[in-house]
Design a protein around this ligand. Structure first.
Ligand SMILES: [Zn+2]
Length: 139
């Protein structure tokens, strides 16, 4: 089964001060899981249109997944000492690189947040879906 669905992903954690790579870890993933609540919140921040769009396209979701670098407060249990800036950064940035895609790619659209269910429609076309732009995304 892993021959069909698994694909290697490199998870990278960088210093929030200077972008130095603090941790790099390679895992096999079996799906791409896109958090629609996070994505919608981010889109609503950047779009001044108050209409609160209820339609997304799968390409928007994939762009969000691959190009949005998630900055979070440094967890207490994470050894964050950065040798480059010689500090323990208050924030770290998480991102990932996909080294190759499987023959069959599972895309999970997570519609549940702590507060609500996201019922927005996600439109997709398998005719023009190209994953080439998402290979080995430069960080
Ligand atoms: Zn640093």
């Amino acid at each position: 089964m892993s021959d069909i669905f698994a694909f290697p992903v490199e998870n990278i954690i960088k210093c929030g001060n200077c972008d130095y790579i603090l941790q790099k870890e390679k895992n096999d993933n079996f799906e791409i899981s896109i958090d629609l609540a996070d994505m919608k919140e981010e889109f609503n921040k950047t779009i001044n249109d108050a209409s609160n769009s209820e339609l997304f396209y799968l390409n928007d979701c994939l762009n969000y997944y691959f190009f949005k670098h998630k900055t979070i407060e440094t967890p207490n249990d994470f050894d964050s000492h950065c040798p480059k800036c010689n500090k323990n950064p208050k924030t770290i940035t998480k991102t990932h690189e996909v080294k190759s895609f499987p023959n069959y790619l599972c895309i999970h659209l997570n519609r549940f947040s702590r507060k609500e269910k996201i019922n927005d429609f996600v439109e997709y076309s398998t005719d023009d879906l190209s994953l080439g732009d998402f290979f080995d995304v430069a960080i």
